[in-house]
Design a protein around this ligand. Structure first.
Ligand code: DLL
Length: 454
């Protein structure tokens, strides 16, 4: 059973709704925001030029940098009196992307999340243990709003605190868990040490997302927890989670809430829209947001669209689970991070060269990151060549200095990216050089849970 009528309407009606909302959105941003007006004027597009859905091609694409360039308020289309909430992306160098929500945006978000919760089979009989982080991250509050709308009882745990999570899961009888798949796998390891058999608990459903996860990860989670796992996709720039979701009945692709987020799949280099069924980059246009609508926003996420109605009764276009990203962003334990962030840290430090490699691997269920950085010849001479020269005390001092350097760098990187990385200093010339684009990432994780170029 779908939550709302729009999920099951015919394609013609859906296209009529989309066109009306697209026209309204373009007129709205043109009238409300000077940056948008300039963008559209430069392309000689007026709101009245949008006469069919195909006319979306007349509109410019937007990218994360466009939002950053206007930080913090430049792309807002609502006044502060009407904005009731902010969220922001977890990108950690420079300024974050800050997204404003009006009361109507929160309502829209609640509705799309109610659809996602219903899609996963969540009802007012459920106790939802919400392990997504509450705060600027959209996972916690978005899921919270949707679960409350369908009448479920929410346990707003936020992330971390594994033992407490498990205790309350047992004592309160949570029937649903919402989390990043990697955290849930971690919870399982902690549970094992506590002697807990999750299959004996009351869990029946899981709503997972915020990071790529594979079909085999789904199987592992289901098997370890004795629940049915559904996928949910979204991004802060659009609203957060709730852009698309799987139905528990079929689980063959994620239903896109296309009456609010108009999807196109484009060729990542030419930007030409691709036909249904072809894989490319997902671009989304908000056709309902008030605080900061975005036109043809390039998500960098790779997927395909399928317009065939689903056996569950929903007619919303479906997208494949995300197979990767077109940029080099990595998602480590749910935290987005660009390897290029490391470069800016390295460049500020003496003794190390800008030649580096990020190696990502998976130990058990957790991602591990190693950053290999070449030291300079000078550093080698001092820390390497000279380290064994001199008195015993000097050697100890040199070793201590080298250690301190590694520790400082490790701490810097951890502070900047919010994850613990192992830092290894390697001799000059040992990181492979490239004639084209530098290959900065070696991703040893199984395919399907990776993101980024590798
Ligand atoms: O991760 C919103 C969210 C919260 C989605 C909770 C689902 C559940 P951001 O932090 O802005 O927002 O990160 C967005 O995460 O562009 C994808 O690359 C990735 N991502 C999100 N959901 C999925 C998913 C939230 N189900 C970025 N599968 C997106 C694969 C996902 N990747």
């Amino acid at each position: 059973m779908a939550w709302s009528r729009e999920e099951t309407i015919g394609r013609d009606e859906m296209r009529r709704i989309q066109l009306g909302k697209l026209q309204k959105t373009v007129a709205y941003v043109y009238g409300k925001n000077a940056v948008y007006r300039k963008m559209l004027d430069e392309r000689k597009v007026k709101p009245e030029d949008i006469r069919s859905l195909d006319d979306i091609r007349k509109l410019p694409f937007t990218v994360k940098q466009d939002i950053r360039d206007q930080y913090p308020f430049g792309l807002f289309t609502a006044s502060m009196e009407d904005i009731v909430e902010f969220h922001a992306t977890s990108g950690t160098t420079g300024k974050p992307v800050v997204v404003p929500y009006t009361r109507n945006d929160v309502e829209l978000w609640t509705e799309v999340m109610a659809r996602a919760c219903t899609g996963a089979g969540i009802t007012n009989k459920d106790i939802v243990q919400n392990i997504y982080g509450y705060g600027l991250f959209t996972g916690g509050l978005g899921t919270h709003y949707g679960a409350i709308r369908v009448g479920a009882t929410v346990l707003p745990m936020s992330g971390g605190n594994s033992q407490r999570q498990i205790m309350l899961m047992q004592d309160l009888g949570s029937t649903v868990v919402t989390a990043t798949p990697s955290f849930l796998m971690h919870l399982h390891e902690v549970g094992l040490q506590m002697g807990v058999d999750f299959k004996k608990l009351k869990l029946k459903t899981g709503l997972f997302g915020a990071e790529p996860w594979s079909e085999s990860m789904r199987q592992a989670i289901q098997e370890k927890f004795g629940l049915k796992a559904c996928d949910m996709y979204g991004l802060t720039e659009m609203i957060g989670p709730g852009v698309s979701f799987e139905c528990h009945e079929v689980r063959d692709g994620l239903h896109v809430n296309e009456d609010f987020f108009y999807p196109e799949v484009i060729h990542p280099e030419t930007c030409e829209p691709l036909p249904f069924g072809e894989e490319g980059e997902l671009a989304l246009t908000t056709i309902g947001n008030e605080g900061m609508p975005l036109l043809r926003y390039r998500t960098r996420d790779i997927t395909r669209l399928n317009p065939a109605p689903c056996a569950c009764g929903r007619t919303l276009v479906r997208m494949d689970r995300i197979s990767g990203r077109t940029d080099d962003m990595l998602i480590i334990r749910g935290v987005n991070f660009f390897p290029s962030q490391i470069e800016s840290i390295i460049l500020k430090r003496q003794g190390v060269s800008p030649h580096y490699m990020v190696v990502v691997d998976r130990q058990g269920s957790m991602d591990e990151v190693e950053v290999r950085i070449e030291v300079t010849e000078d550093f080698m001479a001092k820390a390497g060549g000279d380290v064994l020269k001199g008195s015993g005390q000097e050697i100890l001092k040199n070793v201590a200095t080298a250690r301190q350097k590694i520790e400082n760098l490790r701490r810097d990187i951890k502070d900047m990216i919010g994850i613990t990385a192992k830092v290894t200093l390697v001799p000059p010339g040992t990181i492979p050089r490239s004639e084209g684009k530098a290959r900065r990432v070696e991703d040893k994780r199984p395919k399907g849970i990776r993101t980024g170029r590798s």
